[in-house]
Every structure is written in C-alpha cells, then in structure tokens.
Design a binder for this molecule. Structure first.
Ligand SMILES: [Zn+2]
Length: 144
C-alpha cells in the first residue's frame, strides 16, 4: 500500500464530506478511522492520486479488497463497482430506512460485495437515522 500524504488524505476526506463514499456512513459517528481506498487497486495499477482515492469506512474497504467488480446477480454480467469519482451515489442507490437499495447493475454488485445490508450495518444506520445523523448531507461536488 503506497503512502498517502497528510495533504492528500485531508483532501480526500474533505471532498467526501467526511462520509464513506460507498455506504455514506459518517466518519464522525464511527469509532474507527476511515481509510483511503484505492478505487482501482494498486494490484491493477491504480495510482495513489486524488482521482483514484475514495474515503471508505472499514467495512466497505475490507469487503471490496482489491476487487474491481463482480457478476450482476440479476444478469450474471461482469460489472464494475460504483465509482464515486465518476458516478453520483443517488443515481445508483436509494435508502429505504437503514437499507441501501441498489438501482443499477453497478449498484447491485457494489451493495452485494461490499455487504451494505448486513443486519448490524442496517441497525447502525437506523440508530443514526433516529439521531438525525444519517444520511449525512451530500458533499459539495466540486471535484477537481
Ligand atoms: Zn462504507
């Protein structure tokens, strides 16, 4: 794993609005530090630059690993994951309470492999919905 400078880490964190760019869990509500996730893993020649990094909660980062996509459970087509640098979250997912409902093939493979809807994760989101912390506001989309 390449070194990510403090400056780059700060940029990625602020750009993400301090929320996981996959499941939108707010870092402020997590006991764990969020991670610099390579959208295209270094194994696949992904670079350690802002355009290939996303802020990720430990769950999403762990389940995604070095994968780039999976087979869409509906069509069995090889499908890339949702890319937070190129795509809008709300085009690919919607919330139903604490459950994240995928809307597209990219959404389906992402929700499945990153295991968005494990019971304990839904429960955590439901608790944050109750306290008004989820979903957090969308970050300003001023991507450079
Ligand atoms: Zn996440």
């Amino acid at each position: 794993m390449s070194y990510v400078s403090a400056t780059l880490r700060r940029l990625v964190t602020q750009r993400a609005g301090e929320q996981c760019e996959y499941c939108r869990f707010p870092q402020t509500a997590s006991l764990f530090a969020f991670e610099m996730e390579h959208i295209i893993a270094e194994k696949h020649d992904g670079i350690t630059e802002a355009e290939n990094l996303a802020l990720s909660c430990p769950y999403c980062n762990r389940f995604k690993g070095t994968d780039l996509g999976s087979l869409d459970p509906e069509t069995q087509q090889l499908t890339p994951f949702f890319n937070p640098r190129l795509q809008e979250w709300s085009d690919h997912f919607r919330l139903d309470g604490g459950t994240i409902i995928p809307l597209t093939p990219e959404g389906r493979v992402t929700a499945k492999i990153l295991q968005f809807n494990l019971p304990e994760r839904i429960l955590e989101r439901e608790q944050l919905i109750t306290s008004g912390e989820y979903p957090p506001p969308h970050p300003q989309t001023t991507d450079q």
